[in-house]
Design a protein around this ligand. Structure first.
Ligand SMILES: CC(C)(COP(=O)(O)OP(=O)(O)OC[C@H]1O[C@@H](n2cnc3c(N)ncnc32)[C@H](O)[C@@H]1OP(=O)(O)O)[C@@H](O)C(=O)NCCC(=O)NCCS
Length: 195
């Protein structure tokens, strides 16, 4: 990328962070071919907070949008949620989540992260998973962070087709397609009344 003038860089930097608030100062410094301290100075002068604060603000907003499940039912940390469109969460793999011999994340934790993210995308008070076609692509090790992204591909009445892809860094570790159903309440789910 060509080097920009200070004004151009700051304008593009502001746009980039508005689109993706999760860029680190290091990533931005590589992108703009300037030092990390220049990026910090730019952010400081433009009143853009550091990554941790930006993440906290975005996460708070995402959690406030949850409709089909409670905060604690979402496995991992919710980073973004636009119900009916897209969502993102991260799960840090700790000691309690790994198979002790292999030090590899147990499948149900990764599945739970993906499944709860798919449920969060359904625009209804109650959402149930109907079916899943999913692959674990490579083991996730102790200390790694799985970042899952979900996209609603299609919706027909109360039926949703959702694609979930989880990555560790740039490597995809899980990929699958979910079919979910939304209901207006518990009785609705029993009687199969749609939202
Ligand atoms: C998933 C569930 C709600 C679907 O029931 P339903 O709404 O009566 O489904 P219907 O028979 O009316 O079928 C509606 C459509 O979905 C399809 N379908 C039915 N069950 C499905 C399933 N489990 N997965 C994917 N598609 C399904 C049907 O083929 C039909 O498709 P069409 O519209 O193209 O003809 C029901 O099977 C259920 O409650 N399953 C248990 C869900 C659960 O507890 N999940 C685990 C916890 S999240």
């Amino acid at each position: 990328m060509a080097r920009y003038s200070k004004e151009e860089r700051r304008r593009i930097l502001e746009d980039a962070l508005a689109k993706n608030p999760f860029f680190t100062d290091e990533e931005l410094s590589e992108r703009f071919k300037v030092s990390v301290s220049t990026i910090r100075l730019d952010r400081g002068e433009m009143g853009i907070p550091e990554l941790r604060e930006r993440t906290r603000a975005v996460a708070q907003e995402a959690y406030s949008r949850l409709k089909s499940l409670d905060d604690q039912e979402l496995i991992g940390e919710l980073l973004e949620l636009v119900i009916g469109e897209r969502a993102c969460s991260k799960l840090s793999i700790d000691e309690s989540m790994v198979l002790s011999k292999a030090q590899v994340a147990r499948g149900h934790y990764l599945f739970a992260q993906a499944n709860s993210l798919a449920i969060a995308l359904v625009d209804a008070k109650i959402a149930l998973t109907g079916s899943v076609d999913m692959k674990f692509l490579r083991p996730v090790h102790l200390g790694e962070v799985s970042v899952a992204r979900g996209t609603v591909l299609k919706r027909k009445k109360n039926k949703y087709w959702v694609e979930i892809s989880a990555k560790v860094g740039a490597e995809e570790v899980l990929h699958g397609n979910w079919i979910l159903f939304g209901f207006k309440d518990v009785e609705g789910a029993k009687k199969k009344e749609m939202e």
